[in-house]
Design a binder for this molecule. Sequence first.
Ligand SMILES: [Zn+2]
Length: 282
Amino acid sequence: MPYIGGHVSVAGGLHLGIQNAEEIGARAIQFFGASPRMWYAKQPSEQDVALYKEKAKASSVARAYLHAPYLVNLASPDGEMIKKSVKNLSDHLQIAQRIGANGLIFHVGSGKEIPKAEAMERAIEAMSFVLESVPGDVELVIENAAGGGQKLGASAHEIGEMLERIDSPRLKVCFDTAHAFEAGIIESYTPEHIKKLFDEWDREVGMQNIVALHVNDSKTAYNSHHDRHENIGEGHIGLLGFQNLAREARLHDKAWILEVPGFDGMGPDKKNIEILHACFQS
Ligand SMILES: [Zn+2]
């Protein structure tokens, strides 16, 4: 069974993310390394880093990723916006490297009014720069987009092009189940559609480059291009979809990270994790 977990709060200190993970039985986690609403990313102190590492080591958390702020746009028509985004992403990647996290998951962004090919050039240059600016083994992880608004990275083909052109062993991919459904690249998570989808992702991206899944049900319809997550089994993907996904052996070595609203509205919880666990037993 893969490492299953979810996005956790680190309010009050990064090490509390580990405590929050243990409380819900998460073995794979994601959190914000610094405020997701600010361009400035405060570096944790040496003490904060040591405390996090100590707690993480003693825990059953096996995979940890940071998530970048949603402000970031590496494909923006505005050069200043790209500069700020590169700086912010580099700072967050630096935090991930310092605390020994596996990587930083981020959304590439949108070229808005500029042609997609030009937006792609901008994003590729910016991603290369971020990787260069933070040496080490920490991974920069592209998340697939829900589509719409000229967003980059909604398809295997686009993400594959980024990987091929940047050609860094540290550039990886996170596959969000809700975004794929909302972007219209999988109509329903049936065994046939799942096989076809990941055959394509294997060709374009390479399954070994997918390191994590964002496991979310969708509040919005297929091809809606509208990104709204739902608890597992409560959305348009449905429980059967996740049971089918659990049978896809090519996904068993990935970190399965929930980003759901939670049954109490407090984010990923024990109940969602248990529902997901049960999908592997069905
Ligand atoms: Zn996601």
